[in-house]
Design a protein around this ligand. Structure first.
Ligand code: NAD
Ligand code: TDX
Length: 336
């Protein structure tokens, strides 16, 4: 099998490439990534000499290059490439629409032209909007995205759906909850708080800190996508999550406790505009129809993740570069 993986130098994409090369040493992977601030070839160091893995630096909105790549006998496309950070989408929505909507359409056109056997769109629970205190997102929950990020992901999802309905393209959409684990860029809650706590800096908690996210260890997301590639019924959406709901304050306190740092580092800052209150996934469909089961529980997963960030300090200090500092000043300048 030959896979075109987009965004495979990012957090989940690189974990997925490493996972697939290990699970299926006979599969070929073309990994295409434009290496934005979030893409990092260091994540792929262990497979740089693997002849089954080819890295191509290109943008998914570049139709000519995507056509050329898919024409090389690709069977399956897994689309991870995206602008992924909600706060950045509030500062600069345009690039989110370009990559997450237009980029998806470019890939769908190439998929259609070369009659690939599966197109997997890696999407997010954020397209469903927000939950109140009770209930869960199912695949039938209406799409009510609230941020430029989630609305651009919903736009991509709708195009994927349309290419199935209109052209019969064999597609699946996965909608996973918040991931955590190695190689996550330190702008996202967990690695940001780890890096700040280690530096004894203030940890910025938006609003009252009682927003709830449903956390899944990244490897469990990879195993879900693996199953969808091989067993997903064409045209279907699969929600992915492990029922690990935590408030942001609980997450931050866990990190501080593990690192032996004081809770006085927590500081409450101005809320994120349009901040979704709660996400919670009902994973019944992927569990019962495809037999997916997460392997990691949150308590051990978070410990392993903190240990990884402690052991790989160079990885994240290197990427906290000038460009990141500029973003951070824009994002938090008025809050801290
Ligand atoms: P990330 O920001 O870490 O990685 C995104 C990757 O895409 C980067 O390597 C970047 O260089 C690349 N990229 C961006 N624009 C591109 C373009 N125009 N052309 C080619 N490559 C481009 O994101 P992530 O957290 O790994 O998320 C991966 C996917 O999973 C995204 O589609 C995201 O919406 C989805 N998702 C993420 C989470 C999460 O918790 N992180 C949860 C559910 C779904
Ligand atoms: O500094 C912070 N302080 C804070 O309180 C940051 C960065 C976040 N938060 C809060 C906002 C959210 O309630 O923590 C929660 C998690 O924030 P993020 O890590 O930015 O994730 P989220 O907005 O939930 O989106 C993530 O999960 C779904 C990913 O970034 C998306 O790509 C994915 O689709």
């Amino acid at each position: 099998m030959k896979l075109l993986v987009t965004g495979g130098a990012g957090f989940i994409g690189s974990n997925f490439v490493l996972y697939m090369l290990q699970q299926y040493p006979e599969y070929e992977i073309i990994n295409v990534d434009s290496l934005t601030y979030a893409g990092n070839l260091e994540n792929l160091k262990s497979v740089e000499n693997n002849p089954k893995h080819t890295f191509v630096k290109a943008d998914i909105t570049d139709a000519k290059t995507m056509d050329e790549l898919v024409s090389q006998g690709v069977d399956v496309i897994v689309n991870f490439a995206a602008e992924s950070h909600v706060d950045r989408s509030i500062l600069e929505p345009d690039v989110f629409v370009k990559t997450n909507v237009l980029g998806t359409q470019v890939l769908l056109d190439a998929a259609r032209k070369y009659e690939i056997t599966k197109f997997v769109q890696v999407s997010t629970d954020e397209v469903y909007g927000t939950l109140g205190d009770t209930g869960f997102f199912t695949e039938k929950t209406p799409l009510e995205p609230n941020s430029p990020y989630s609305s651009s992901k919903a736009g991509g999802d709708l195009l994927v759906r349309a290419y199935h309905e209109t052209f019969g393209l064999p597609v699946n959409i996965t909608r996973c909850s918040n991931n955590y684990g190695p190689y996550q860029f330190p702008e996202k809650l967990i690695p940001l708080m780890i890096s700040k706590a280690l530096a004894d800096e203030l940890l910025p908690i938006y609003g009252d800190g009682l927003n709830v996210r449903d956390w899944l260890y990244v490897e469990d997301h990879c195993s879900a996508i693996d199953l969808v590639i091989h067993k997903g019924k064409n045209g279907e959406v699969y929600n992915v999550g492990g029922h690990n709901e935590r408030t942001n304050i609980q997450i931050v306190k866990t990190i501080l406790e593990q690192l032996g740092k004081p809770e006085s580092l927590m500081t409450f800052v101005k809320d994120r505009p349009g901040h979704d209150r709660r996400y919670g996934i009902d994973p019944t469909k992927i569990m019962s129809e495809l037999g997916w089961k997460p392997k990691h529980n949150f308590e051990t997963g978070i410990k392993e993740t903190i240990a990884w960030y402690l052991q790989n300090k160079e990885w994240w200090t290197r990427i906290q570069s000038g460009a990141y500092q500029e973003y951070y000043a824009k994002q938090y300048g008025e809050r801290l």
